[in-house]
Design a binder for this molecule. Structure first.
Ligand SMILES: [Zn+2]
Length: 315
């Protein structure tokens, strides 16, 4: 199963209780994964399509909670190693009542009409807004593998619906944008905190944990890289300083000044030439006369200063 599919299966384990929320979720599923069936004699049905078996079972549970007498039929189609499941509420009075309850079927004086606009009326309470987000996620959502990057898409047929969806997401502090992809309108979310809010509302908690985990790993990697860069910079500084010191000592040797210097300076020059890659701490150790780090630093500076003061033939 894909990453998205696992998260959807997890989201279907959410308990369904309140009738207001069941309607909001069914509305989301009808708009994102449903189509209306015309049965004649003013009877209507609705068919939901999804690739995930758990989502199909979840839709059936929602439908039974709405009305346990709804005639439901499920079928399966294989398309090139690709399995698609359909679950239908056959055309009947009760199915019409469901479509009216979610605002899709509208009774008018001159007959019936359909309204596929955004069902804002059903989304006034926080509990229903959460259920609606779950329905949309289950119906038309996909989450890219968190380890490869943050992106969640919600795919719709109608541009107007997609635009209203981004407004709704913005109200829930989930920033998103709309783009056209072939004949569809895709609402996409790239903000990791936004994706976390959506998944958390939908009941896909493991997705939230994956994002948190991924952030933690990235932070660790960044810190480790910083530490390595810092080490490299220190090493470069040591190498540059050593090169300068060695050049000075070589000059003092050439000009026969070195034997004239005192014991501590000569000793420092000796270990510096012998251990060119050593740090100050290490030089103190090799020097063996109890010199401190600042003492060693002072000796090396003295050597450079003396070398600078000596005029070499050809200077
Ligand atoms: Zn509710």
């Amino acid at each position: 199963m894909s990453y998205s599919s696992d998260l959807k299966t997890e989201a279907t384990e959410t308990k369904l209780n309140r009738r207001c929320c069941i309607l909001a979720e069914l509305a989301a599923l009808i708009h994102s994964a449903g189509s209306i069936d015309l049965g004649g004699r003013r009877l209507f049905g609705v068919t939901f399509v999804n690739e995930n078996e758990a989502v199909i079972r979840h839709i059936q549970r929602l439908l039974r909670k709405f009305n346990d007498k709804l005639p439901i039929r499920t079928t399966m189609h294989e398309q090139k190693r690709h399995r698609v499941l359909y679950t239908s509420v056959l055309p009947c009075e009760e199915a019409g009542a469901l479509l009216s309850a979610v605002g899709v079927l509208v009774c008018r004086e001159d007959g019936y009409g359909f309204d596929f606009s955004f069902p804002g009326k059903l989304l006034r309470k926080p509990c229903c807004r959460k259920s609606f987000l779950r329905g949309v996620f289950l119906g038309c959502g996909s989450v890219s593998d968190i380890r490869k990057g943050y992106q969640t898409d919600l795919v719709f047929h109608q541009e107007e619906f997609a635009r209203r969806m981004t407004d709704f997401l913005a109200e829930e502090s989930i920033p998103s944008s709309v783009t056209k992809r072939r004949s569809h309108y895709v609402v996409y979310i790239k903000d990791s905190a936004g994706i976390e809010r959506l998944l958390s509302a939908a009941g896909a908690g493991s997705g939230v944990l994956d994002i948190e985990n991924q952030k933690f790993i990235r932070e660790l990697t960044n810190n480790a890289n910083r530490a390595v860069n810092c080490d490299t910079a220190n090493t470069m500084r040591t190498v540059n300083a050593s090169a300068r010191q060695c050049a000075a000592i070589e000059k003092l040797e050439r000009c026969r000044v070195l034997p004239e210097l005192n014991e501590s300076l000569r000793r420092a020059a000796e270990v510096r030439m012998e251990y060119r890659d050593a740090s100050l701490d290490e030089l103190c150790l090799y020097c063996g006369d109890g010199v401190t780090k600042s003492g060693m630093n002072h000796r090396l500076r003295r050597l450079i200063a003396i070398a600078d003061s000596v005029t070499e033939e050809g200077d």
